[in-house]
Ligand binder design. Structure first.
Ligand SMILES: *[C@@H]1O[C@H](CO)[C@@H](O)[C@H](O)[C@H]1NC(C)=O
Ligand SMILES: *[C@@H]1O[C@H](CO)[C@@H](O)[C@H](O)[C@H]1NC(C)=O
Ligand SMILES: *[C@@H]1O[C@H](CO)[C@@H](O)[C@H](O)[C@H]1NC(C)=O
Ligand SMILES: *[C@@H]1O[C@H](CO)[C@@H](O)[C@H](O)[C@H]1NC(C)=O
Length: 366
């Protein structure tokens, strides 16, 4: 972990098309700090890892047309034991603003009591606002609150721009799987609150590492688009396969993720080890994901009626279907009584875009 690493990553984001694809923030996580505050109580970076200071790093990142994210904690110590922001919310917010930071991930380790946790997240939000600098505020408030008390998502959205609900992701299928299971189980409370200004955050994309098969990487990308998740990558862009890069920079998937309607998708059904998810998009369109949850065997067909999608409206009276993943393919015109049969690999996903069309007289529909 070093300033050199973040500068190299910023360089690669520009030279290898990541910035053009829409990736904008370079984010530092825990362990950037010195173990002690300075003589004016301000946080300071570890002098060996960040000898030039965060202001210099922010300037560098900005000179590339990118933005810088940083990490702090609501309690007395960060998760890795570095100084926490408790008692210093105003000072730390001002320090980050002075450095030119554009995003704050505010962790919840060592939060004390539930009241201090909530107060801390509120106070830091107000403190960031007071600085006058526009800083994305990424919270872990509901994650730490939920075991004891039901989070109030209306309130959380008022203070935070995105928030973690569930444990840290890691580079394994079991982690992707449990994140999806948790999200589907709680979709009645978390889906409706998501929208412009505030999003559920199922944690980072781990595509381009070592633990996921290709089909599992497709599943993460497709379902993170369905879930309207912030797309933050945790990987090494200096050493990433062309295949993973193609997936992470796929314009059609990113367009679904960033759809201006800003509605999060949800699971429609789970039967015979298939999951069917949909996400309403602008213009009456829908993104549809078919996930094969069976972990053994080969590709299996899943058949469903298009009248099932979008409460019967997604393909009524007719629609054009485009397969987005695993590869872009035009599936042509369908009408609302059509059945669709989709072949899906074990732990893989087929992602579709369904665009409703008005029936025009004299036009034959297949
Ligand atoms: C931080 O430590 C102080 C002193 O021990 C204590 O009063 C305070 O409640 C702690 N804050 C949290 C959030 O645990
Ligand atoms: C939050 O801010 C209020 C008002 O300034 C203050 O009274 C309270 O002690 C703060 N709480 C924490 C946990 O910092
Ligand atoms: C601070 O909050 C006010 C009221 O919500 C808002 O209008 C303003 O844009 C915010 N300022 C910043 C810098 O976020
Ligand atoms: C949740 O927070 C909102 C906004 O702060 C408030 O109006 C509402 O009463 C709260 N809901 C519950 C159930 O506490």
């Amino acid at each position: 972990l070093s300033e050199q690493l973040f500068m190299q990553m910023a360089d690669v984001m520009v030279s290898d098309g990541w910035k053009d694809a829409g990736y904008e923030y370079v984010c530092i996580d825990d362990c950037w700090m010195s173990m002690t505050r300075d003589d004016q109580d301000r946080l300071q970076p570890d002098p060996e890892r960040f000898p030039s200071g965060i202001r210099k790093l922010a300037d560098y990142v900005h000179s590339k047309g990118l933005k810088l994210g940083i990490y702090a904690d609501v309690g007395n110590k960060t998760c890795a034991g570095y100084p926490g922001s408790y008692g210093y919310y105003d000072l730390d917010a001002q320090t980050f603003a002075d450095w030119g930071v554009d995003l704050l991930k505010f962790d919840g380790c060592n939060y004390g009591t539930l009241d201090l946790l909530a107060e801390g997240y509120r106070n830091m939000s107000l403190a960031l606002n007071e600085t006058g600098r526009s800083i994305v505020y990424s919270c872990e408030w509901p994650l730490y609150m939920r075991p004891m008390r039901k989070p109030n998502y209306t309130e959380i959205k008022h203070y935070c721009n995105h928030w973690r609900n569930f444990g840290d992701i890691y580079d394994a299928w079991s982690s992707i799987r449990s994140t999806l299971d948790w999200t589907a189980l709680h979709q009645d409370t978390i889906v409706d609150v998501a929208g412009p200004g505030g999003w559920n955050d199922p944690d980072m994309l781990v595509i381009g590492n070592f633990g996921l098969s290709w089909d599992q990487q497709l599943t993460q990308m497709a379902l993170w688009a369905i879930m309207a998740a912030p797309l933050l990558m945790s990987n090494d862009l200096r050493h990433i396969s062309p295949q993973a890069k193609w997936l992470l920079q796929n314009k059609d998937v990113i367009a679904i993720n960033q759809d201006p309607l800003g509605k999060q998708g949800y699971r429609l059904s789970k039967e015979s080890n298939f999951e069917l998810w949909e996400r309403p998009l602008s213009g009456g369109a829908y993104a549809v994901a078919v996930l094969n949850r069976q972990e053994i065997g080969g590709p299996r067909p899943f058949s469903f009626s298009l009248s099932f999608l979008g409460n019967g409206l997604a393909c009524n009276p007719a629609c054009v279907i485009q397969q987005i993943l695993p590869a872009s393919e035009d599936w042509g015109l369908h009408n609302w009584v059509s059945f669709l049969s989709v072949e899906v690999n074990p732990t893989g996903t087929v992602l579709l875009k369904v665009v409703v069309i008005e029936e025009r007289p004299g036009k034959d529909l297949c």
